[in-house]
Design a protein around this ligand. Structure first.
Ligand code: SAH
Length: 258
């Protein structure tokens, strides 16, 4: 049994919304709140491992600020994002979980100066999750779905699946069937086989790339980014998202090396 408390640098666990953080807050030992950059950061221990819990806030800029603060101010050297997203890919249904292999910014378009979706001056449009951390997160998510560890949600989401693939981020809540079809068609047409859409992940992935900090992200599908997304979303976040985050992060932390 490794001595986890020997780990000098905390693992950051980011959530977009308060409801998503709640399940983790309940687990946090010796919580200590630090206010910084207009945000509350919660230091403490989960399963004997030092962690910092933070809310990214919503959208790419807010998430980038939070990720930068976690690295610069709190010295984190691993970052994990848990949140919800709209399903875009075929067969990516409400109650499923998508672990990000990589991210693209669907609203980034500096064409014709740069190819559509390319992040100018980076020479790329996609930022990958850390391979090892992402593999552990996918294992944790699959196990949480498989063993009924996501209490209470099991009945409603029998047959829920874990997917591994591309997530698109942008500063829009996508809530229309024609918009989500258009988004899916434009991305796949450019070679980006997208599974889900949300508003923060690509920004955090880019910050972690800049700093060389391993990053992994998991999103529970709360809606299908269609005409009923705004109806499905709040209920799902209230009733389900917090349990998913709790179950998956718990399994991930137990599987991490110190
Ligand atoms: N008024 C809402 C705002 C939520 S924004 C509230 O505060 O309750 C939606 C959040 O969920 C973002 O953090 C985003 O990352 C994610 N998300 C879920 N479904 C989405 C969708 N269909 N399109 C974009 N983001 C989505």
């Amino acid at each position: 049994m490794p001595n986890r408390s020997a780990s000098p640098t905390p693992v950051a666990i980011l959530s977009a919304l308060l409801q998503e953080q709640q399940g983790l807050m309940e687990l946090l030992h010796r919580p200590q709140k630090v206010a910084h950059a207009g945000r509350d950061f919660w230091l403490g221990e989960l399963h004997g491992r030092p962690v910092v819990l933070a809310l990214s806030k919503i959208g790419k800029v807010a998430a980038a600020t939070t990720a930068t603060a976690l690295i610069e101010r709190f010295g984190v050297r691993r970052m994990v994002f848990t949140g919800v997203a709209g399903g875009l890919g075929a067969g990516v249904n409400v109650g499923d979980v998508v672990v990000a292999s990589d991210f693209v910014q669907h609203d980034l378009d500096a064409s014709p100066l740069f190819p559509r979706y390319e992040v100018p001056l980076y020479g790329r449009s996609r930022f990958e999750g850390d391979a090892a951390l992402t593999a552990l997160l996918f294992k944790a998510a699959s196990a949480a779905l498989g063993d009924g560890g996501i209490g209470g949600a099991g009945a409603a989401f029998a047959g829920a699946r874990a997917h591994l693939g591309l997530i698109a981020s942008g500063d829009r809540f996508v809530s229309g069937a024609s918009e989500s079809r258009g988004l899916h068609a434009a991305l796949t047409g450019a070679g980006h086989e997208v599974l889900a859409v949300e508003m923060e992940g690509a920004a955090v992935a880019q910050v972690c790339h800049d700093y060389g900090v391993p990053f992994a992200a998991v999103r529970t599908i709360s809606d299908r980014a269609d005409d009923s997304a705004h109806v499905d979303f709040p209920r799902f976040v209230e009733e389900v998202a917090s349990r998913y985050a709790h179950a998956i992060v718990e399994k991930l932390l137990l599987s991490l090396e110190p």
